[in-house]
Design a protein around this ligand. Structure first.
Ligand code: FAD
Length: 485
């Protein structure tokens, strides 16, 4: 059989379901990646995220070459053109089967359904694998058959389903002899969709509408790209995982895994992560070492948010999980929003956090909650503005986790806590950056202040006054939520 593996957010060769199964079933195998920069822009995917994706793709091409699998690249503006483009390519390459790993946001699901329909009309088989999560969305159900809407029972049920069987990453795909493979694929093809497009085996260094910034060794904003970098990071994190619970909330400490860009581009699989954790915790999902159990639990948050997408399509339509929160009179003050975004709110922990995001493409989880709460509660600005800004700037932007995290913090989402959870940015700052170490790094204007003053500075030249009354904002948010019907 002659097959084509369509890579998307699964840019690795180890433990990749679509690639593995294709390699066991096909004598001749090629791979393809399709960039859709206009759709990516519409999805708010930013330069850092797309640069990292393209850098991982370069590395993937090298790795596929070692297995004699050529990787084709095609650029079409939008998802809507993909079915037609793939059909033409598949016909010209005489491919009989397409293999890919499923993606779950609504537009991705619709694209994949359209591809399946189109190719089936031409007798090409299409196989989508569940690979991004431990269990396929829809597999974790309450006794009533309903999806879980709250994390803790979801986690309990998932562990019950998983604990009985081993988490087993798939073997490395076989190397296909060049005489049966690489020689049988043309170097390029013309594709006739919306202008003349070229399918090539060359990954471009530019993409329409994006400013790609990848250094000579494939790093993006200092982040090493690709599968080997991801494995190196997993190994390094395995050395400190037992400290995770105790230290994970302190942004000045480098104590979390920083695997999120790799999990989201697919440079590492969820099974590889869970396997590492279980192997250090005597196979236990909960209990055992507290640090390890806590990390597993965080991975299950990612799982939870991804599962929610298929059961609640409205999440992919900019709508809140809790429908009654549609009534909230969010504010749309562009001036205040841009001060929040650039890290000039006058609240040091918020400013330090936003500057970390703007400079490195990543933000510590504790800080994501603090800045999201500040924007959506104290400032009462629509959480969707914050969600979009995060997506545009994060190197680890993931629709499910970002939407889930924003909705959780804005209390429009799945949080089981009462509506009035509003983080106090000052006490959070005192608690999680007690010596102001993190603040001093990103907000040097106030670095000479004492450990006491740095969290809530007095009037100081060169640093802004607070842009909103933190306690009045809190009160207003509580009132707004109390008035919901
Ligand atoms: P670790 O602490 O080492 O955790 C390991 C992995 O578990 C992470 O890489 C991630 O895949 C997963 N994880 C951890 N915490 C969460 C969580 N709360 N929700 C979902 N998955 C989690 N994560 C993203 O990957 N992409 C996003 O776009 C994103 N946006 C967020 C927006 C907000 C407002 C909030 C509050 C959280 C967001 N998160 C997002 C979740 C979390 O902040 C990051 O996953 C985490 O900070 C990544 O760092 P790490 O890899 O060192 O995490």
């Amino acid at each position: 059989q002659r097959g084509l593996v369509w890579f998307r957010s699964d840019l690795r060769i180890q433990d990749n379901s679509a690639l593995y199964h294709a390699s066991t079933r096909c004598e001749q195998l090629a791979a393809i990646f399709i960039a859709c920069p206009e759709t990516w822009k519409n999805h708010d995917e930013g330069d850092a995220l797309v640069s990292f994706r393209m850098a991982c793709l370069q590395k993937l091409q090298g790795q596929l070459q070692t297995r004699n699998i050529p990787l084709y690249f095609l650029e079409v503006p939008e998802f809507s053109l993909v079915p037609e483009a793939l059909q033409q390519i598949i016909q010209r390459l005489k491919v009989e089967a397409l293999f890919a790993n499923a993606e779950y946001p609504l537009n991705e699901l619709r694209r994949d359904n359209a591809v399946r329909e189109k190719l089936l009309e031409h007798n090409v088989s299409v196989e989508y694998y569940s690979d991004r999560t431990l269990l396929p969305p829809g597999a974790v159900r309450a006794a009533s058959g309903d999806p879980y809407k709250v994390f803790t029972p979801f986690k309990r049920a998932l562990i019950q389903l998983c604990a009985g069987s081993q988490v087993k990453p798939l073997p490395t795909p076989r190397k296909i002899p060049p005489s049966t493979n690489s020689e049988h694929w043309p170097k390029w093809l013309a594709v006739d969709v919306k202008g003349n497009r070229k399918l090539t085996q060359k990954i471009p260094s530019q993409l329409l509408g994006y400013s790609l910034n990848i250094d000579g060794s494939g790093r993006v904003k200092g982040w090493e790209s690709g599968e080997q970098a991801a494995q190196k990071r997993l190994k390094a994190f395995a050395e400190i995982i037992d400290q995770y619970q105790a230290e994970r909330d302190f942004p000045a400490k480098d104590s979390t895994s920083r695997l999120s860009p790799y999990l989201n581009s697919g440079a590492i699989s969820i099974r590889q992560c869970v396997k590492m954790a279980l192997s250090q915790n005597k196979g236990l999902w909960q209990g055992g070492d507290e640090g390890i159990a806590c990390w597993i639990s965080e991975l299950i948050w990612r799982e939870f948010y991804t599962h929610l997408l298929t059961d609640f399509p409205r999440l992919s339509m900019g709508r809140p999980f809790k429908e009654e929160t549609e009534q909230i009179p969010w504010r749309y003050d562009e001036g205040l929003f841009s001060l929040w975004a650039s890290g000039e709110t006058g609240v040091p922990i918020v400013d330090a956090a936003m500057r970390q995001l703007n400079e490195t493409g990543w933000m510590h989880n504790r800080l994501r909650m603090i800045v999201a709460s500040f924007l959506s509660k104290n400032m009462l600005i629509d959480w969707r503005w914050g969600e979009r800004y995060f997506m545009q700037h994060l190197i680890d932007g993931d629709f499910a986790s970002n939407n889930g995290g924003w909705q959780w913090t804005a209390s429009t989402g799945t949080d089981a806590a009462p509506y009035f959870r509003v983080f106090n940015p000052y006490s959070q700052s005192q608690k999680f950056d007690p010596n102001g170490e993190f603040i001093r790094h990103y907000v040097p204007e106030i670095s000479s202040l004492s450990n006491k003053e740095i969290h809530e500075p007095p009037m100081i030249e060169g640093y802004p006054q607070v842009i909103c009354d933190v306690s009045a904002g809190r009160k207003r948010a509580i009132e707004v939520f109390a008035n919901l019907k």
